[in-house]
Write a protein that binds this ligand. Structure first.
Ligand SMILES: Nc1ncnc2c1ncn2[C@@H]1O[C@H](COP(=O)(O)OP(=O)(O)O)[C@@H](O)[C@H]1O
Ligand SMILES: Cc1ncc(COP(=O)(O)O)c(N)n1
Ligand SMILES: [Mg+2]
Length: 526
């Protein structure tokens, strides 16, 4: 049994230990899974400390960072490296280890034997607490070929660091260097290398094959001392592979911190890298040959962020589709939406209670395109999954649908959420939960919704008065009575939502135009 840092004093039990530590320790205090990365800074932010923090954030794990070196680096290569004084690396380690309950320590660029020495010293000085695993990514050469840690670190790695590691994650070049320069050009040679490295003392070895020549698969070889696992994924044709190694190791660390066992952690990490590379294969950041990739799958296609921002006045003429009416008049949802937008609808909601998911998704995507090119927001009724998949501008939910605060956490801060409210209490709750607007009704009796209590103009007025949110009136509203609704004169009543008055009609376009005119006139008068 090794004693350093207590890492090995938690054999095999570390899994259950971490899992229990992430649950509540008291009623309200939650232990957060925590990784400490000890690595170099990459000014281009594709690899090193910056990649490590991004991965952990993407995987829901907190990441503290001790910086060993600062590199001047971009997508063209490493221009310069500045090592931090070992004493100062030590200061950072002491700051973090004396305060945080770190579950997993992950190492990247350790550029000198002196820095490895202070790391070993600090790991032994700050025994266990929460710490349960050590992930060593033996970074030596950047993808661009720059030496980040020279051969002077090999002996302290072999003799003192690797024996403490729960897992080491060398690429083929690093595996070869650690083994004194053996040839590793095939999967069979990767297996042999993994076995030899295991004899240096780490509990698990993962030899990464991202740089294996002539391979259509990207193959990593995992060895637990008994069994090999080959992790295959199709090689992705992209220049954006800078930081894949750091990302893989940090993702393993993050999964371990959450309580995963080693093989599951490695599989999740491989899939994480694969998904991020696939997503980012065409993005262009920097002009060099090693571009970074996107850990959050959110940088691509800024066009889709061209989302129309919500203004309360968008509720002015709110068109809600209905599949039965469209069927009756033999028109598609897309044609119905096109006509409504052309006629002056200021916001669209797709309310398709009976639609098949696949078909609905395709129609919703087309409607998003139409609405976006006209600067009109498109919302989906109830189906959060469809809203996410078609990148709608938001959703509208009822009191028995998914709660607004949960919808907000699924959709993020920028999407529009509307909620149906009949009472003052519901209106107050809608505001507390982070809704953007309230739909209130049925104002008049309607046959589009079964068993729907009519609240009348008085009920609508009460909801308006009770809320700080903008309100749109709904239920039995059409050209003949829209004016009487707007006349209640509440300042936050911003418009009317209509179903039959637009869509249970032969010509959606002309009805939309007429209704728009009526509303505009009533606005002018009040
Ligand atoms: N082009 C690619 N397509 C798919 N996976 C890749 C590609 N390049 C690297 N990987 C994966 O990324 C991870 C990091 O591998 P590698 O590039 O070998 O490490 P390093 O960045 O340390 O050189 C591995 O899981 C590897 O299989
Ligand atoms: C500070 C720092 N740490 C690690 C790497 C390795 O990353 P890669 O192999 O993807 O170039 C790097 N380039 N820079
Ligand atoms: Mg690489």
């Amino acid at each position: 049994m090794q004693s350093l840092g207590g890492i090995r004093s938690w054999p095999a039990t570390w899994r259950t230990t971490t899992a229990s530590m992430t649950t509540t320790t008291t009623e309200s205090v939650k232990k957060v899974a925590q990784v400490l990365t000890v690595a170099g800074s990459d000014s281009g932010a594709g690899a090193g400390i910056q990649a490590d923090i991004k991965v952990c954030a993407a995987r829901g794990v907190y990441c503290a960072s001790v910086i060993t070196a600062v590199t001047a680096q971009n997508t063209r290569g490493v221009q310069s490296v500045h090592l931090l004084p070992p004493d100062f690396v030590s200061e950072q380690l002491k700051s973090v280890l004396s305060d945080f309950e770190v579950d997993v320590v992950k190492t990247g660029m350790l550029p000198s034997p002196e820095i490895v020495e202070v790391l070993l010293q600090n790991l032994s000085e700050f025994p266990v607490r929460g710490r349960v695993a050590l992930v060593v990514d033996p970074v030596m050469v950047s993808t661009s070929g720059h030496v980040l840690a020279g051969s002077s670190i090999l002996s302290i790695f072999r003799e003192r660091l690797l024996p403490l590691a729960d897992i080491i994650t060398p690429n083929v070049k690093e595996a070869s260097a650690l083994l004194g320069g053996v040839r590793i050009q095939t999967v069979a040679e990767m297996r042999a290398a993994a076995k030899s490295l295991h004899q240096m003392g780490p509990r698990f070895v993962l030899v990464k094959g991202g740089d294996l020549p002539d391979s259509s698969d990207s193959v990593d070889v995992y060895f637990d001392g008994n069994e090999f696992h080959e992790l295959h994924s199709p090689r992705i044709a992209t220049r954006n592979t800078h930081g894949t190694g750091c990302t893989l190791a940090s993702c393993i660390a993050a999964e371990l911190a959450k309580g995963s066992n080693m093989l599951s952690a490695v599989k999740v990490a491989k899939r994480f890298v694969d998904t991020a590379l696939n997503y980012s294969k065409d993005i262009v950041i920097g002009g060099g040959m090693q571009g970074p990739f996107d850990h959050f799958l959110s940088l691509k296609d800024p066009q889709s962020y061209r989302q129309s921002t919500f203004k309360p006045d968008d509720l002015f003429l709110y068109a809600v589709t209905d599949s039965r009416m469209n069927k009756k008049w033999n028109r598609s949802i897309v044609d119905a939406v096109k006509a409504a937008v052309e006629g002056g609808a200021t916001i669209i909601q797709l309310r398709e209670k009976e639609a098949e998911t696949r078909e609905f998704l395709e129609e919703a995507k087309s409607c998003v395109d139409i609405c976006r090119s006209n600067g009109v927001c498109l919302l989906i009724n109830d189906r959060i999954d469809i809203a996410i998949a078609c990148d709608a501008d938001g959703v509208h939910v009822g009191q028995s649908d998914m709660p607004v605060d949960l919808v907000r956490s699924l959709l993020g801060p920028d999407k529009i959420i509307g909620v149906s409210c009949k009472t003052q209490e519901q209106a107050h709750q809608a505001w507390k939960d982070g809704a953007d607007y309230i739909g209130s009704g049925g104002v008049f009796p309607t046959n589009t919704k079964a068993n729907n209590r009519t609240i009348g103009l008085d009920g609508l007025r009460e909801v308006c008065k009770a809320s700080k949110l903008p309100v749109v009136a709904i239920g039995g509203i059409g050209i003949s009575n829209a004016e009487s609704v707007m006349r209640i004169g509440e300042p936050n009543l911003k418009g009317v939502a209509v179903v039959s008055a637009l869509f249970d009609q032969e010509c959606v376009l002309s009805q939309a135009k007429k209704l728009h005119k009526t509303l505009t006139e009533s606005k002018r008068e009040h």
